[in-house]
Design a protein around this ligand. Structure first.
Ligand code: GUN
Length: 285
């Protein structure tokens, strides 16, 4: 079997075209969605992520700004900037890029984002709502993964799904979204005893560890759907997923490439959530 390639770039392009239409409608009603991003420090990967988010927002007609603070900025100053954005009526959605420098508490900052502008879905109120199945902002990579799975021509209900990695940004929220679709979900992590046995049973595999070569063809059941969230740069700066793509695509039913799989969908869902934030505060369905 040769896998269907789940082309995140194309799925993102189509999805963003739909968002752009909705932005145009909102603008004709006098409302322009605005995404504000706080970036602290000079981490190269974080800088390219936030630039990509800003560019994508502007491309579909939104306003976007990056509030770039120095690596040595104090926690108080970061919180002051955040409060300014929380109170600024022109701002629809706020995102604080993580990781933050060590003098700034990530928990304190994420808890200080106005939950109604929390387009990353990282505020404890929004995380709590997700866990009790209330409508809320959902983290963008998990949302993007679910949209990609919509293109895999399969029914999730009743299937065994195995997630590699238990992070708050990807592993845990995507497990919740899969559970909402009635999958049977197992999360594997660094203390898991027999990773191979779990993977071999899985109909859906989502790998979000950041270790190239972690998932091999011997781990994957014929016809399984494999979503690779890994994006680790190799010595030449080329991004590598967790999955041995060339081998696994000969066995899987569907697979995401790296790059061009989950990455473009994460950004698309930031835009999606910013549009929702703007509609919500204007009372538009
Ligand atoms: N750092 C890595 N991924 C993310 C993300 O999705 N959102 C934010 N704010 N920071 C990140």
């Amino acid at each position: 079997m040769v896998a269907k390639i789940l082309d995140g770039k194309q799925i993102a392009k189509d999805y963003r075209a739909g968002l752009q239409e909705q932005v145009e409608t909102l603008k004709s009603q006098g409302y322009t969605p605005k995404l504000s991003v706080i970036l602290v420090g000079n981490d190269g990967a974080s800088q390219s992520y936030v630039n990509a988010k800003k560019k994508a927002a502007e491309k579909i007609g939104m306003i976007s700004e990056i509030v770039h603070l120095d690596e040595s900025t104090s926690e108080e100053e970061v919180l002051n900037e955040l409060n300014r954005l929380n109170e600024d009526d022109s701002v629809s959605g706020i995102l604080v890029q993580v990781p933050l420098p060590e003098q700034v508490s990530e928990q304190k900052v994420l808890e200080s984002i106005n939950p109604d502008k929390d387009v990353d879905g990282f505020h404890p109120i929004n995380i709590g709502k997700l866990y009790i199945d209330e409508q809320t902002f959902v983290p963008c990579t998990p949302l993007g993964i679910m949209e990609i799975l919509n293109h895999a021509d399969m029914d999730i209900e009743g299937k065994d799904a195995v997630i590699l990695g238990r992070s708050h940004i990807v592993g845990q929220p995507v497990s919740k979204l899969l559970l909402q679709k009635n999958a049977s979900v197992t999360i594997l992590h660094s203390k898991t005893k027999d990773m191979h046995q779990h993977l071999k049973n899985a109909y859906i595999i989502v790998s979000a560890v950041g270790r190239p070569g972690l998932v091999t063809k011997d781990d994957v059941k014929e016809g399984a759907v494999v979503v690779d969230v890994g994006n680790t740069p190799d010595e030449n700066g080329k991004l590598k997923g967790d999955v041995e793509y060339e081998d696994v695509k000969e066995i899987a039913g569907a697979i995401t490439p790296v790059p061009g799989g989950v990455g473009p969908m994460t950004i698309t869902m930031v835009l999606n959530n910013t549009l929702i934030a703007e509609k919500m505060r204007r009372g538009i369905k």
